[in-house]
Design a protein around this ligand. Structure first.
Ligand code: NAP
Length: 319
């Protein structure tokens, strides 16, 4: 029988003051102290709700530090962490930083440097990922990096994964699937953007799930675009229908959008990217109801082309 989809918590919005989400709650205290306190509260709430999967990355500002510090105060035995290598956080907590917030480097030296810090999550680290693998970065043909990941996989019993973004997600997954060492797949986990608007990876993700790979869905709410109504005509029918379902199930759009992913794709984990406790509680309501087949099929029709989706995503600002 297929395993039930779990909701996990992603730390991208919790560990740094500026992020590309729409940040509707603008007047928040952006001090490190306030962010640390908020992150701890959200982590406590997540655990209390039943969340056991936590995703982070070195480029999520102080996300790794917050998660580790929280873990050290709790010592929960049943938590599972995933982190990544390949992006460095550059803004150094400068609010409104004008430079590049994250710099990508998929080299062996960056892997070793970031692994040295992330290994602190052992023995609860179960997935180690290439952050935003692309065909252009050459990481999927860099034998030194791939071999080192294979070594980490064997030495620490990790699942090696990758995260993907952009129009080439399917090709990236296909390329990664071909990589083997000693007859064994290197990659066991795929963190992919998938939501009502961006469903271009549906078939390949279904096949991965069928082959017992871990599929983690990120950006389930299209970075908030599914919630904060855009004036774009393309989205109006989707917003209208979401509103109907919202009333029927007595939950917010966010829970409907997450539930769509659970009912349509049945992935291993859908990440909540909640910025605070209230959002997390609302997101988590996705586990309390089920959409019927007709509703899933109707929501499926609101997908846009991947080119349109990713162009709009690249126009989002850090704020
Ligand atoms: N590997 C990668 O390349 C990559 C990229 C992106 C994400 N991720 C992972 O996936 C996780 C989730 O991604 P994401 O944060 O981009 O995805 P998301 O779920 O599409 O967006 C989350 C944002 O939606 C808004 N939101 C959520 N619930 C809400 C509610 N009930 N009411 C109003 N607004 C609500 C919040 O934005 P506001 O703060 O604007 O309110 C929140 O930060 C991340 O934390 C990270 O772990 C990985």
């Amino acid at each position: 029988m297929a395993k039930k989809t779990r909701i996990g918590l992603g730390m991208a919005a919790l560990g740094r003051p500026d992020y590309i989400n729409l940040r509707t709650h603008k007047n928040i205290d952006k001090s490190i102290k306030a962010f640390r306190s908020n992150a701890f509260q959200v982590l406590d709430k997540a655990y209390a709700l039943g969340i056991r999967d936590f995703d982070v990355a070195p480029s999520y500002g102080l996300g790794e530090e917050f998660l580790l510090d929280w873990h050290k105060t709790k010592h929960f035995k049943d938590v599972a962490f995933s982190t990544k290598f390949g992006y460095t956080y550059m803004a150094d907590w400068e609010i409104g930083f004008k430079g590049k917030h994250e710099v990508k480097e998929h080299s062996l030296s960056k892997l070793n440097e970031q692994w040295d810090i992330s290994r602190a999550f052992l023995p609860h680290l179960n997935i180690y990922q290439i952050h935003s693998a692309t065909l252009e970065s050459g990481v999927l043909t860099n034998n030194a990096v791939l071999r080192r990941l294979y070594q980490l996989k064997n030495e620490y019993g990790l699942k090696i994964g990758l995260s993907s973004s952009g129009t080439a997600q399917e090709s990236i997954i296909k390329t990664a699937q071909e990589i083997t060492f000693e007859g064994e797949d290197l990659f066991d986990s795929f963190q992919v953007t998938y939501n009502i608007f961006e469903q271009s990876t549906h078939n390949i993700l279904k096949a991965l799930i069928h082959n017992h790979k871990t599929v983690i869905i990120k950006e389930a709410l299209a970075n908030g675009r599914l919630l904060h109504q855009s004036s774009l005509k393309t989205y109006i029918p989707a917003y209208d229908y979401l509103q109907q379902l919202e009333k029927k199930y007595n939950v917010g759009y966010d829970a409907i959008a997450i539930r769509f992913i659970i009912d349509h794709l049945k992935p291993t984990v859908v990440l909540s990217g909640a910025s605070n406790i209230e959002q997390l509680e609302q997101n988590y309501k996705a586990l309390n109801f089920k959409l019927n087949d007709l509703e899933v099929r109707k929501l499926e029709t609101f997908m846009v082309s991947k080119e349109f989706y990713w162009q709009e995503r690249s126009n989002l600002e850090w704020n």
